[in-house]
Ligand binder design. Sequence first.
Ligand code: 5RP
Length: 269
Amino acid sequence: MSMNWGMANRLARIIKPEDGRAVMLAVDHGYFLGPTSGLEEPRKTIEPLIPYADSIMLTRGVLRTSVDARADKPVVLRVSGGTSILKELSNEDITVSIDDCIRLNVSAMALSIFVGSEFEKETLVSLAKLVDEGEKYGIPVLAVTAVGKDMARDVRYLGLSCRIAAELGAHIVKTYYCDDFEQLIESCPIPVIIAGGKKTPEMEALELAHNAVTHGAVGVDMGRNIFQSDSPVGMIKAVRAIVHENVSVKEAYKIYESAKGAKPKRAAG
Ligand code: 5RP
């Protein structure tokens, strides 16, 4: 992809050029979920995790109120919203101007697309408009493939959403891990990052991260499986080791366990 210097520089702050990988901490959930479990007091959740994230994904409200402006951490700003869990989720619009994105010194702008949902067209057109704005100022766009209630999270559907995001000009796409993930990667010409999804046991979340990077994702943008864990710092350290150091799931789990202060379980036999 040919791109201007500012765009390339911002992207390099998110996807580390040393290994082409990225650990993004997702704490934007409140934009439609309100006070999400584990994120009731954003500053308390975010502060201890920041040192282990390459970038943070959040809304401008949480950025301004809950993150120290002197923190040298690239920001992926959630710029779509206007909905809540009480109504049709796909009815999103762009909620932040490009001027404010520049003022906030963001490294990327994130917007959800709802392929197959009621407001599919509006969200796709918003993506295209956001890309136009981002291109003017060298700010990359991360498209988030949001999944409607009735959508199967399979390679056919997620592959369709990711490819459309790339065709409309997104620079990175965030999606879910699925069976035959390599097919999705092969048919998507931009870097793919995976979301963690609902909280699962720590071992499963680490397996997900491991599978994703092994099968071609550049990294993870994980939220609930980190901040809803009994050891958020342990989990982000473990995820980081998988993404940047290629450690096994077993080794990563040990990192999580030792951060939690629990004694590793004795091997059977
Ligand atoms: C919501 C988002 C979240 O940032 C995304 O789902 C990642 O968080 P989690 O790992 O909790 O799924 O984009 O639309």
